[in-house]
Design a binder for this molecule. Sequence first.
Ligand code: ADP
Length: 253
Amino acid sequence: LKRRIPDDKGHDEVGTLGRSFNIMLDRLEKSFLMQKRFSANVAHELKTPLATINAGIQVLRLDEAPSVADYEKILATTERNVARLIGVVDDLMALCYEDEDFYLSDIALSEMFEAVRAELASVLDAKRIETDISCNGISVRGNPELLYRACFNLVENAAKYNADGGKITITARAAGGARQIVIADTGSGIPEDELQNIFEPFYRVNKSRSRKTGGAGLGLSIVKTIIEKHGWDIRADSAPGQGAAFTITCPAK
Ligand code: ADP
């Protein structure tokens, strides 16, 4: 791909056409590399749980008289890893969303976040996390399924990375001609120099800790894809130990 074209007089120096061609080649090359890295990450995320499931099967095969407890232990590991695989595949499908399914309607934010809270009730209750929703009767014009998914991912993260007994505050407010939706938590926070990376696919700030919480690092890249699809904006603010706040900015309608 790195072949450079000379200008039309055969000089080494490239002409305008050659320059744009070379810029295009650079972009193509970068996009191929990103695609390759993405595929390698997908393969890794699928391979790890599959290898664990396979190891469990081999253990049972080699054991001449496995006990019920042996079966149960391996069944539990298998179930956990199958759930992980389903999660990764669901996330990958969300990233490959087809444009023709995109439509807009009015979305009452209060109701949407109440539904998100209800879906996450078991996680929130287990960690005794208080969730405060104050959306001031604001509604926005967006795709309901996609916006629900984006907000679900953000609230799920706010719960996952929060401390036991922590708090999640969800607010919607008018900011001039725009609307702002803020999802803030009292969790571990994100170091400032990591903030520009967290929306990249498969990126995790603390790989070992994040792996234990179950994510593949696709949640925020799905959020970003959805927000950009609407032509909206999302930003993250945080300081270690002071929680994180994600702000979605969208037009009034
Ligand atoms: P994951 O599946 O690992 O949660 P995400 O794409 O949703 O992946 O998030 C990427 C990384 O950003 C996470 O691994 C975590 O390190 C960090 N992160 C996201 N949300 C928060 C939050 N609310 N508080 C602290 N860290 C967060």
